[in-house]
Design a protein around this ligand. Structure first.
Ligand code: ADP
Ligand code: ZN
Length: 680
């Protein structure tokens, strides 16, 4: 059995495991039943793909979405792995090819759609083909209470029992209930080896900003990341269309996506996003489940998400390849009002509504956080050891002030007007603005009239927004816009508690054009674009998504390290043996111009120890071309003979003679054996 580390390097071209992968790979390869909970982008696929290569027989992979299965299969094939899928999306030729590979016992991974399990014949078929492992992707789909329930997933338990092989289940959804349900449904209640890897996604930069010309804020954010794939989540369907239009007018490739579109149009949009490099999609939250693009470089929220869980899931779609990714979440008082109202007007029972308010509060707490966002976010998920340095508040700490007096004044204005007014009118009272409404209600006579003139209107707006964010006040569901005080405000009102507020980021968010963010330094940027152009050409020709050729990370490393030879190319993360063979030259020639020609026999050894040996043998041979004293007839070995010596490493002269014949063995034998011996 080839070792996991060797396969990781040779097949996938990765230098090392990501956090948590190695333990899972070991357990799965050893045939243990396992349940692994890893965040999106943690690298789950590798945790069954690698064991599949290490084990005899076929690994059956059950995965909920056909389009994603096809992409995984393509990516595996591009890495030289014998994988196939049986889905309703197959052409007859594809299906035939899968069957032939199965019959020849060559297939290592067979992806099947859960619907297939409904056909009674499937279990019989799977029994015949020598399945040795079942891998279940998105295992939370067995959960009847979850949002992605797939009834066919319930058949997997029976399949495992019938085949009597180990099962490895993977999911990013970690809550206790779902986990219990997975154990019941997939493992018949017997606890599998469970791996829980933390929620942190260290490569994702977190940032929030109060809305202040939100359209310009989003356009600026996109402008600084031109040419990079991104998602803009919008609160309404209409906004997805207008923002996509705005982005196109600003010169981006952008499309929109929402649940009101025809199913076909939705699929086309998903496909385009998956395949095209640098496309932006403006979407509602309906966009996500069908997307499995590892190189999404940024996610922006044009409107506040509905909860901290939703936020985490949505930003989590960025940067699954591990390369730096950025996020920006906009929020304003109207968002808070809208989200509160949605919860209050929903049909859920009270308990559930309270929980939803709590989840929204957690997100607002994150939006108004005074220190590190990552710490605030992960603390909510129960993690206590957090290192960051990649969030807006770590970049530049929030400016804070003691807001106790301001909040008290605002509360007092609210209470003296019987909690019947919205922020706009309350701010007028605090500023002492004379309006019709003021006169109509006789509010200019209130003791709070004009007591807040130390702040400007935008500053008061920020105070009110933060009061909503801290859940001190809530919009009244019955009287739209009117603010009511919550119990949380009582201690402040009674002078028993202080509150620290942020001086608003509004001035910083004003529509100044941010500096362009590139993925590499300025001097490497042109090379990176050239490499991307090469990748695009190859991807289009092969009709596969760009990342199937190489992920961004790999191109970035190429642009930075500038490998000069195929051997150096093989050292780049993400360049496995098969891809080196297929694409190595193409990318090398982008970096060094036309690369010096390598003999095909030598090319096959690129990046391996044998390649190095080959070069030494070649040098020794050149010295001996005319024999020890330089007077004999010229003689040399063929490239394929040298390659054989370098790979097989004969240990004595008779073994060497078999490879080279007696004449060449006599001339080069002892020198070659020296080279081999020195290499150990
Ligand atoms: P998820 O856990 O979301 O299913 P994937 O399995 O799709 O994540 O992996 C996300 C990306 O990370 C893929 O592009 C994959 O090739 C890459 N990846 C996985 N493991 C490693 C590793 N050890 N080193 C480098 N890249 C990796
Ligand atoms: Zn931070």
């Amino acid at each position: 059995m080839a070792s996991a580390a060797t396969l990781l390097q040779d097949v996938f071209g990765f230098d090392g495991f990501r956090l948590g992968q190695e333990e899972i790979v070991d357990a799965v390869a050893a045939g243990e039943n396992t349940l692994a909970i890893m965040p999106t982008g943690g690298g789950k696929s590798l945790c069954f793909q690698l064991p599949a290569l290490m084990r005899d027989g076929v690994t059956v992979v059950i995965s909920p979405l056909i389009a994603l299965m096809r992409d995984q299969v393509r990516a595996l094939q591009a890495a030289g792995v014998n994988a196939g899928a049986l889905t309703s999306g197959n052409t007859p030729e594809e299906t035939d090819a899968v069957w032939e590979a199965l019959e020849r016992r060559e297939l290592k991974l067979l992806y099947i759609a859960p619907e297939r399990l409904a056909a009674g014949s499937s279990i019989g078929m799977l029994r015949r083909i020598g399945v040795s492992l079942i891998a279940v992707d998105e295992a939370h789909c067995v959960s009847q209470w979850g949002h992605d329930f797939r009834p066919d997933y319930l058949r997997i338990g029976a399949l495992r029992a019938a085949l009597d092989v180990p099962l490895a289940a993977f999911t990013a959804t970690a809550d206790e209930e779902t986990r219990t349900e997975i154990v019941q449904k997939l493992f018949d209640g017997a606890q599998p080896r469970t791996f829980l890897r933390g929620f942190d996604r260290p490569n994702i930069h977190l940032a929030f900003a109060a809305k202040n010309g939100p359209r310009a804020q989003i356009l600026n954010f996109a402008a600084a990341r031109k040419g990079q794939s991104g998602i803009v989540y919008c609160g309404t369907r209409a906004k997805t269309e207008t923002l996509a239009q705005g982005l196109r007018e600003a010169g981006h490739a952008a499309i929109h996506y929402h649940g009101g579109m025809e199913a076909d149009d939705r699929r086309i949009a998903e496909r385009r996003f998956q395949q095209e490099d640098g496309l932006i999609v403006a979407a509602t939250v309906a966009f996500g489940m069908g997307v499995d693009k590892p190189d999404i470089r940024w996610v922006a929220h044009a409107d506040l998400p509905k909860s901290i869980e939703a936020y985490y899931q949505e930003i989590g779609r960025a940067g699954r390849d591990g390369a730096p990714a950025e996020t920006l979440t906009l929020f304003g008082p109207d968002d808070i009002k809208l989200r509160r109202t949605q919860i209050d007007e929903g049909l859920a029972p009270t308990e559930r509504r309270n929980a939803d308010h709590g989840r929204l509060n957690a997100l607002l707490g994150l939006a108004e956080a005074l220190e590190c966002r990552r710490k605030t976010l992960l603390t909510y998920f129960g993690e206590d050891e957090v290192t960051c340095g990649r969030c807006d508040l770590c970049d530049s700490p929030a400016e804070v002030f003691d807001g106790t007096t301001a909040v008290r004044k605002a509360l007092s204005a609210m209470l003296r007007t019987e909690e019947r007014f919205g922020a706009g009118h309350l701010i007028d009272i605090l500023l002492g603005t004379d309006t019709d409404k003021m006169r109509q209600h006789g509010h200019s006579g209130l003791p709070t009239f004009g007591v807040g003139q130390e702040y400007t209107r935008p500053q008061w707006q920020a105070v009110f927004r933060q009061m909503m964010g801290h859940d001190l006040v809530r919009p009244d569901a019955e009287r739209y816009g009117a603010l009511r005080m919550t119990d949380a405000a009582l201690p402040i009102l009674r002078d028993e508690a202080q509150i620290t507020l942020r001086r608003d980021t509004i001035k910083a968010a004003a529509a100044r054009r941010p500096a362009v963010k590139t993925m590499v330094s300025e001097e490497d940027a042109p090379l990176l674009s050239a490499l991307k152009a090469k990748r695009r050409g190859l991807a289009e020709a092969a009709k596969v998504p760009a990342y199937v050729i190489f992920p961004d990370r790999t191109l970035i490393e190429m642009a930075e390290k500038r490998p000069q030879t195929l051997d150096q190319m093989a050292q780049i993360n993400g360049v496995g043996a098969k891809k080196l063979q297929n694409f190595g030259d193409a990318f090398l020639s982008v970096i060094v111009g036309d690369a010096p020609a390598l003999h095909p026999s030598r090319r096959k050894l690129a990046g391996r120890e044998a390649g190095n040996l080959y070069d030494q043998l070649l040098a020794v041979q050149a010295d001996l071309a005319r024999g020890n004293d330089g007077t004999e007839k010229p003689l040399s070995c063929s490239a394929s003979q040298l390659a054989k010596v370098a790979t097989l490493r004969p240990s004595d002269s008779s073994a060497l003679e078999k490879l080279l014949g007696d004449r060449r063995a006599a001339r080069f034998g002892s020198a070659f054996l020296d080279v081999l011996r020195q290499a150990g």
